[in-house]
Design a protein around this ligand. Structure first.
Ligand code: SAM
Length: 288
């Protein structure tokens, strides 16, 4: 029988290939091509414009570190804003906290609808939680309108191509700065593969350094985000995450009663430790 393979089209000379059991969705929305594949190795996989967004098998790594690192770095995160995140994985993790309200601002309602139908193992019932406000809009519009303040802003967007490009601009970062609570407001965002998208992290880091007093980076490895270490930025109006001791994080983690498969306080701490080539790339740009 002829095998079906999906090959990701993000990088011109490097390809991730996944053996496909069944193509569940192949659709086009106003913004992008949406596919959901049932694969042999990673279960169901969400693909936007030919790029893997999340898979049932390894999503916990990305969703846990991008949620729990900022949430446990903040003394009391009551109000949270998620931009993007239409698969519901970050929302699921944020709702594990006694948050007062969460806003999820996703540009493409089709991603949410299809995720509810095919990716319930990822989003579970999070979209129906009474604390969750689901807004269909471009994230740049929502932050521009500045109707309220947030303790934590998590950008879980696709890469800086297509609809997500605007979410990597100084204008957007300035608007985010202005909707963060004055004291401890925290902003985090994915900045791609440190090896195959090596410009992205220094570029974003440099822009944030011009706006936020505290900016640092953290990383993890996600099997289907090829290219080695996958990087993130952390920016804050009042918190230097490197000054929060391991015992403080352990205390908050215990108090939260969180059950996690990737995240733990030691991983939290070590995630800020960068290999020399990334450290130099980030610092080099700063002097540029
Ligand atoms: N974890 C994935 C990654 O790191 O590539 C991202 C997953 S999540 C599905 C990405 C979401 O961001 C998509 O549903 C996409 O529609 C949404 N998105 C892209 N640009 C956006 C924008 N300007 N405002 C709000 N949502 C946006």
């Amino acid at each position: 029988m002829k095998e079906t393979w999906f090959y990701e089209s993000l990088f011109p000379s490097v390809r991730l290939g996944l053996k496909v059991r069944k193509v569940l969705v192949s659709n086009k929305s106003q913004y992008q091509k949406i596919s959901i594949l049932d694969t042999y190795q990673f279960g169901k996989v969400l693909v936007l414009d030919g790029v893997v967004q999340t898979t049932e098998r390894d999503e916990f790594i990305y969703h846990e570190i991008l949620t729990h690192l900022p949430m446990l770095s903040h003394p009391q995160p009551d109000r949270v804003l998620i931009i993007g995140g239409g698969d519901g994985g970050i929302l699921r993790e944020v709702l594990k906290y006694p948050v007062k309200e969460v806003f999820l601002v996703e540009i493409d309602k089709k991603v949410i609808e299809l995720s509810k139908t095919y990716l319930s193992a990822i989003c579970r019932n999070s979209f129906n939680d009474r604390r969750a406000n689901i807004i269909i809009d471009d994230g740049v519009n929502f932050v521009k309108e500045r109707k309220r303040k947030f303790d934590v802003v998590i950008v879980d967007s696709s890469d800086p191509i297509g609809p997500a490009k605007v979410l990597f601009s100084s204008k957007f970062y300035t608007d985010v700065f202005n909707i963060l609570s004055h004291d401890y407001g925290i902003f985090v965002q994915q900045t791609g593969s440190s090896f195959l998208q090596e410009e992205e992290l220094p570029y974003v880091y440099r822009k944030l350094k011009m706006i936020f007093p505290f900016v640092t980076t953290f990383s993890t490895a996600v099997p289907t985000y090829i290219g080695g270490l996958f990087s993130f930025v952390f920016a804050s109006r009042g918190i230097d995450p490197l000054k929060i001791g391991l015992s403080q994080i352990e205390k908050r983690y215990r108090k939260s009663g969180l059950k996690t498969r990737y995240y733990n306080p030691k991983i939290h701490h070590s995630s800020f430790t960068l290999p020399t080539y990334i450290k130099e790339a980030v610092e080099a740009k700063r002097n540029g």
